[in-house]
Design a binder for this molecule. Structure first.
Ligand code: G6P
Length: 609
């Protein structure tokens, strides 16, 4: 979850790694630091707070160097203080280390080191790892070997980058369950925990594999596996545009990414949903294999979990094939009953979420086949799945996921169509879904036009202390995502449940001033939803309604209607209704003065449990 950057070459190294870090700040942002070699030694500068605090500190120091590493932290061990910020030194201050992940045996290691006379300046597991490397360096006198030996003593998940005062011509990096990507330059090389940090400098990358150790100099990249066997680096080319990873005139990444959704869905469908309505999902499973699956189990976290829930409605409705959706964090500990003709689908934007990765591994251990629905190419989950369908939504930077949601849903819809054709599912249903999906980009464009309306609703309800998000069927699944956005960005407490459950308890919370957002995109349950709206209004609650343009009746009952364009499929309409909910959360957050792209306590890529 922390951001890691490294550079070696002729440029001003500290400036490069700081720029890289700025592009990774969404990964973690409670403190930050740099270490650089300056001829006489290694200097470490670090600060609690946002990157701006570190920038100030750096501006006041002389930082001329050809080699630097930098780190932005999302605290796990120890509060976000200057002392706990990375990099950390070994006992003799010759070696500096930055680290993403958790060293699980750090207590034992620290105890043993304390007995030998070591003292620590921070409360972090990373400093313990730095001391272990230093101890090994005392023994063998060579950085790469010291790192190799130290790694054998460390347990847990870590991506780590190490520099040494006596060997200022190299960065040594190890990857164990946390991503690290090497950027290849001309007479210079880069390192980062995520691709956006490399885009201004290079598109040629090497994704380090689990257990890999890399030695990076100006003009050479040496790679070895966990058994210390040299291996040939596999070079990949990334074709993301740099503009994709920048704000492009929008005030926030979140707003930009909300607006990118029509394009993201076009990209997602491109080459897959063909003009004649057929679906091509090459490099996944053979038609026989696809037909052999008797159940899909979707595992995911956060927004990806909600996309999975909506996908369930679509897949079950289209194929009559059972779909289970489970929180990855629960699945892994619930001793799940898996059967050989199950397909486990791991849905994840980053492809790095620790719980989703662990759930995937559990499925693999039990011998079931696995598919990743992922956004980030070459991510950890991508490397371990039997097959991958990329959502092709482009980089998502804001912590709160928006375009990834729509693209995950569209990818699950493609699966429904593909399997539907292979299984000979109801043609009419397939035709309806095909046309709804083909039109989904325009549908989202029409939803974007609702922004002014949504903004004025945000103004009207900005001071509310509680918002209910309700719906039935697919609208209930969409409600969960609307509520999550509101919580994480605008910090408004929410209650989300199927509308029919209100009278079984939650209704007790409705008093004048409480806001209720109803999803009412399904004509077959509309009358029931109208009754639920009336129950809320009778108790003085304010009702916002996501209603179809063609439904003036419901629009007339709610206080604030958001009139949604028509979609051929009710589930696609529910998916599109999330866009105005994203905008509602965004404008509420703005009005309430929240830090939209970097909400408190959260991080984008959750690589710890
Ligand atoms: C974090 C992010 C969420 C995201 C979730 C799952 O909590 O803040 O926005 O939905 O992780 O992430 P993934 O990368 O697996 O989709």
């Amino acid at each position: 979850m922390c951001g890691i950057a490294g550079y070696i070459g002729p440029r001003e190294a500290v400036a490069v790694v700081l720029d890289q870090l700025g592009r990774l700040e969404y990964r973690g942002y409670d403190s930050a630091g740099v270490a650089f070699a300056d001829g006489s030694g290694i200097t470490v500068l670090k600060r609690a707070g946002k990157l701006a605090c570190l920038r100030e500190l750096i501006d006041r120091n002389h930082t001329h160097s050809h080699l630097a590493v930098s780190h932005s932290r999302w605290a796990t061990h120890g509060a976000p203080t200057d002392a706990n910020a990375h990099p950390h030194f070994d006992a003799k201050q010759r070696i500096a280390v930055i680290h993403n992940g958790i060293i699980e045996n750090y207590f034992e290691l620290a105890d043993a080191l304390i007995e030998k006379g070591h003292t620590f300046r921070s409360e972090t597991d990373t400093e313990v790892a730095a001391h272990v490397i230093g101890e090994e360096y005392d023994e063998c006198g060579e950085l790469v070997e010291a790192v190799r030996r130290a790694v054998r003593r460390l347990r847990g998940a870590f991506a780590m980058v190490v520099i040494c005062v006596d060997e200022p011509d190299k960065l040594v990096a190890v990857r164990n369950a946390s991503p690290l990507i090497i950027g290849i330059g001309e007479n210079e090389n880069f390192l980062a925990s995520d691709i956006p940090a490399l885009l201004p400098y290079t598109r040629d990358i090497i994704v380090m594999d689990e257990g890999d150790l890399a030695v990076i100099t100006r003009d050479e990249i040496y790679l070895e596996d966990a058994e210390s066997r040299p291996k040939l680096p596999i070079r990949e080319h990334i074709d993301w545009d740099i503009e994709d990873a920048e704000k492009g005139g929008f005030d926030h990444f979140m707003l930009k990414e909300i607006h990118e959704q029509p394009h993201a869905i076009r990209q997602c469908l491109s080459g897959r949903l063909l003009k004649d309505g057929s679906v091509a999902l090459p490099d996944t499973f053979s038609p026989e294999e696809w037909r052999s699956f008797k159940r899909f189990i979707i595992v995911a976290c956060g927004t990806a979990y909600h996309a999975g829930l909506l996908g369930k409605y679509l897949i079950e409705g289209t194929l009559r094939l059972p779909v289970e959706v489970q929180y990855a964090s629960e699945f892994r500990y619930n001793n799940p009953i898996l059967m050989e003709d199950d397909l486990l689908i791991a849905v994840s934007q980053s492809g790095e979420t620790a719980d989703t990765l662990a759930a995937l591994r559990l499925g693999k251990e039990q011998g079931i086949r696995t598919l990743g629905v992922l956004n980030v190419v070459g991510s950890s989950i991508a490397r371990e799945c039997d097959a991958v369908l990329y959502t092709q939504a482009g980089p998502e930077i804001c912590v709160a996921s928006t375009k990834a949601y729509s693209a995950q849903f569209a990818t699950l819809a493609l699966i429904a169509l593909h399997v539907g054709h292979l299984m000979g599912a109801d043609r009419e249903k397939l035709g309806t879904l095909t046309s709804a999906l083909q039109r989904m980009p325009e549908l989202l464009e029409d939803c974007l036009k609702l922004e002014d309306e949504v903004k004025s609703i945000a103004e009207a309800i900005q001071n509310t202390s509680l918002i209910f998000f309700l719906g039935r069927g697919a609208d209930a699944a969409a409600a969960l995502e609307g509520a999550l956005k509101m919580k994480e960005i605008a910090y408004v407490p929410t209650q989300e449940s199927p509308a029919g459950e209100m009278k079984h308890g939650p209704l007790a919370l409705v008093v004048p001033g409480v806001v209720t957002v109803f999803g009412a995109t399904n004509p077959t349950t509309r009358d029931k939803v109208i009754s639920n709206i009336k129950e809320v209004k009778a108790r003085g609650g304010t009702a916002v309604g996501l209603v179809l343009e063609s439904d003036p009746l419901t629009a007339g009952i709610v206080d604030h209607p958001i009139r949604l364009p028509h979609a051929d499929s009710h589930t696609v309409a529910a998916a599109a209704s999330v866009l105005p909910l994203q905008l509602l959360a965004y404008h509420m957050a703005r009005l309430r003065g929240c830090d939209i792209d970097q909400p408190r306590n959260l991080a984008k890529s959750v690589t710890v449990e």
